[in-house]
Design a protein around this ligand. Sequence first.
Ligand code: BYC
Length: 320
Amino acid sequence: MSTTPVEPAEAARQAAFDATIAHHDRIEPRDWMPDGYRKTLIRQIAQHAHSEIIGMQPEGNWIGRAPSLRRKAILLAKVQDEAGHGLYLYSACETLGIARSELVDMLLSGRQKYSSIFNYPTLSYADVGTIGWLVDGAAICNQVPLCRTSYGPYGRAMIRICKEESFHQRQGYELLRTMMDGTDAQRAMVQESVDRFWWPSLMMFGPPDAESPNTEQSMAWGVKRNSNDELRQKFVDMTVPQAQALGVTLPDPALRWNAERDHHDFGEPDWSELTAVIRGNGPCNTERMAHRRAAHEDGAWVREAATAFAARSAAKAGAR
Ligand code: BYC
């Protein structure tokens, strides 16, 4: 049996990459990296960026109907933060040698995904609080370890994102706290919202480890620092005492403390629902994508003006 000889230079580059990963050091854009590593990062960072941008829609739906000036200011700031997160992440992704326009094309043509959670509707103002508490809470669990991801630009973007996510989680909790201290009708609104968002929040962490095709390799490369199930468990353990403090019931009869495991046991999410939502058949997939495509078309003049301005500036600089 003959094997293809590995060029010494290629072997040395691979060894340098492996050593960086083994020492938990950062890979930087200038460094050599295997094709698979680059592709995995582009896939994950782009999906993350798309999620931030599509994630502006469910809450954006309530900006014009916020119940007070204070609530409106908080919500506006939060939704603007999500746009900023998308931009940092698209920039981090571009350092891997792909243009933002290509990433946007892949989202709009359905070749790249965004988080399942944003395909659920926001039916009441309590959903703004629940998204902050549960969805941003899940995002923090997932994203704090990504500050230590092996790719430098992604990890650095995550540090700032996590600081802002932590404000988002607190504003959500504070809104729900205020509603829980209010009337019976407000408490019922919160409970109804938590009932709808609990299981989709657990699904944000992705399929169970045994059915996650990417986790093993992504962890070996230090792109992911924890598996989907580890982070889901951490989220449940973190959230149960907060639910008790709020006075809401999490809609899972199997949820209980397991002293032997030192963790909460919890029920199995309906994985067929996650598959359906990822495939485009969630309650709001069509609406979310239609809205994004329309926004992209509406913004064409801005891109044209920016391109013309850049060309004119370059021509002026060339003439000098
Ligand atoms: N939704 O092998 P797996 C936010 C896909 S933004 C949709 O486990 P991986 C926020 C997965 O991509 C939240 N698709 O994959 C914003 C893969 O398909 P492909 C976004 C999902 O990558 C605004 C396939 O299923 N956060 O918090 O190892 C307002 C198999 O999965 C989902 C991030 O993007 C899902 N839930 O692990 C408020 C964090 N789960 O790509 C809040 C960064 C799985 O092979 N991303 N899929 O075609 C990650 O940590 C990982 O990519 C995931 C998935 C844990 C999400």
